[in-house]
Design a protein around this ligand. Structure first.
Ligand code: AMP
Length: 586
């Protein structure tokens, strides 16, 4: 075999090294970590440190720690580290030397060749500086490839079929969005746009300032001047951010944060995903604007894009996926670990240069979206069964995600939770796979929070739990075979079988249970009407007599229509009742 060529993602925040072994990509770990923090420092003993240790000392000893050196690559400047001046190439070379060492230790042999990835927007000077950094580290950089190209390779760009792919890459300190054309292993970057100073670090900063403000308000202390406390807040902010990617609330507790006037100051507060997402909204808007610009640059519109790939750790932030769907109709892929996919692509490119065979990177993903329904707005109209996705299609398995929902009227003591599988914004057009009631909720004003958690394992077992946030009251169910429900051709075939038995059916109401027991469900309009009636009756306790009378009148008409299976007759009273409910709840 030819000499091994390693793949390197030399990132602003984190770097990784990878190699192809027996046709498969291996991300080489440093101890138990797949990522090496792109930090270089000098420790107390005067030794050079790289990675986590350097990152840990950054806030306390900024004068002897360097971060984000990638931003300076190609510039005629120097950085000072413990009173010594270094070029950006030299600092990058320290990181590359460490990565080379990690690879050599794992492979048990010397490594001298590498493929290194660079941002698509890197100029010649920046590329040249990267090559020089490699040389200083003793690496012959056999090829430099663009990061979106590497990401596309990890997602199977070797396939023959031509595709237009949008790569949305949001890391710790940089954002890039590129449109690429891929075919037969050739990836051409059609356009690229971004912001060199936008990323997860900015999100952390928002949380840090929120915590600093909180301490200022509650204790009258400005924490900015307490560097150790700031270091702890920085870490706590990032941890809270991670939690909020999977759950609707994060509890932040930092005991003995600092001492003030002889007393210990503790920090304890809760941050909701909603509040956090408001803090970062401007940044997300900027990425959406850049995405429009990249599409324009490629002379394409959203429907021309065949696939969207998410790259970079910050793309785990749920509102990013939501915005890409709402603003462009994109349903992005993130099944290849967004932190590692560029490094994987670098190894794939290295293997292609070496003439090695590479298997596609296969991971288990959910073929469907799983979620529930809630009152919302659909096609500009208030609608009681808007689909709210919780676990998105193409998410890696096993997966666990939570979202918060609020009761909609005062004294609501019961919530009915229905779980759907599918992609339609109208929940009733998706497949209903389970439902349950949570009873005995607190007798409090509307807005009582119930957290819904969905956990899906590799065997298709879907655990659903609903917890009243205030009391911890919990109800849960397990849905078997959630991965093997009917859809597409299987659904059509099943529908034909059942239709021939029972006459015309609407496919939207066939769920697994219905099929198994061969019982015909309500048409969706009738199911919707029934749920609307339940919802309306639940509101009776809080409405005026006049409203109640109006609602009861409409409900009676609807019941008569349901009895007679008169779907058309349901239209008008259902619309009127929906309007009243929407008015009462808004
Ligand atoms: P990268 O530069 O691709 O390694 O991305 C690093 C950034 O991703 C950092 O700002 C991390 O805090 C952020 N990140 C990693 N995991 C998550 C997560 N689960 N949720 C939100 N941000 C994350």
């Amino acid at each position: 075999m030819n000499e091994i060529i390693i793949g390197i993602d030399l990132g602003t925040t984190n770097s990784e090294v990878s190699v192809i072994e027996q046709g498969k990509v291996t991300i080489i770990k440093d101890g138990d970590k797949k990522m090496l923090a792109s930090f270089v420092g000098i420790d107390d003993a005067g030794q050079v440190i790289v990675g986590e240790m350097a990152r840990n000392q950054y806030l306390v000893y900024p004068e002897r720690t360097i971060k984000s050196i990638k931003r300076l690559m190609g510039q005629d400047s120097q950085v000072v580290l413990a009173d010594q001046a270094y070029t950006p190439q030299e600092i990058s070379a320290i990181i590359l030397t460490r990565l080379k060492g990690i690879a050599e230790q794992y492979l048990g042999q010397t490594v001298s060749k590498a493929v290194i990835t660079v941002p698509a927007y890197f100029s010649d000077a920046q590329r040249q500086a990267t090559r020089e950094a490699g040389e200083i580290a003793g690496l012959d950089v056999v090829r430099m490839i663009n990061e979106p190209t590497a990401a596309a390779l990890a997602y199977g760009a070797m396939q023959a079929e031509e595709k237009k792919v949008l790569v949305y890459d949001l890391g710790g300190g940089t954002f890039d969005v590129s449109v690429v054309n891929m075919q037969d292993g050739v990836v051409e970057v059609l356009s690229s746009h971004g912001d060199n100073h936008l990323g997860g670090d900015d999100f952390d900063q928002q949380i840090i300032e929120f915590l600093v403000d909180h301490i200022q308000k509650t204790h009258g202390i400005d924490v900015h001047s307490h560097s150790k406390a700031m270091a702890r807040l920085t870490r706590a902010a990032e941890e809270a951010k991670f939690l909020l990617s999977d759950q609707p609330y994060a509890q932040i507790n930092e005991e003995y944060l600092l001492e003030h006037e002889g007393a210990a100051v503790h920090l304890s507060l809760e941050l909701s995903r909603m509040a956090y997402e408001e803090m970062i909204e401007d940044y997300i808007n900027a990425t959406i604007d850049a995405t429009h610009t990249a599409l324009k640059g490629a002379k394409l519109t959203a429907p021309d894009i065949d696939e969207v790939i998410l790259v970079g750790g910050s793309t785990r932030t749920p509102c990013i996926r939501e915005r890409l769907f709402n603003d462009f109709g994109f349903e992005p892929h993130s099944e290849v670990d967004p932190d590692l996919c560029v490094a994987m692509g670098a190894a794939i490119q290295a293997a292609m240069i070496n003439g090695q065979e590479v298997d596609t990177v296969l991971v288990d993903v959910t073929p469907y979206t799983y979620g529930t329904s809630a009152i919302g707005v659909l096609d500009g109209q208030p609608y009681p069964f808007m689909f709210v996705p919780v676990i998105h299609k193409n998410s890696v398995l096993p997966n666990r995600k939570a979202d918060a929902f609020a009761t909609s009227y005062d004294g609501q003591d019961t919530v009915e939770i229905t779980i759907y599988q599918g992609e339609d914004p109208d929940a009733l057009n998706n497949v209903k796979i389970g439902e349950f009631l949570v009873e005995g909720l607190l007798d409090v004003a509307r807005g009582n929070v119930v957290t819904l958690t969905l956990g899906l394992d590799l065997n298709g077992l879907l655990n659903v739990s609903a917890v009243e946030k205030e009391t911890g009251l919990e109800k849960s169910i397990t849905i078997k075979n959630a991965l093997s429900q009917f859809e597409g051709e299987a659904l059509d075939a099943a529908q034909q079988r059942i239709t021939s038995l029972f006459g015309q059916l609407d496919p939207r109401v066939i769920d697994a249970d219905t099929l198994q027991s061969s019982i015909v469900s309500d048409a969706p309009e009738i199911a919707a009407a029934r749920e609307l009636i339940i919802k309306a009756e639940g509101l009776f306790a809080k409405v005026s007599d006049e409203d109640k009378e109006d609602m009861a009148g409409l409900i009676e008409i609807m019941r008569t229509c349901i009895e007679a299976q008169n779907i058309e007759g349901l239209d008008e009273p259902s619309a009127q009742l929906t309007d009243i409910i929407y008015y009462l709840e808004s």
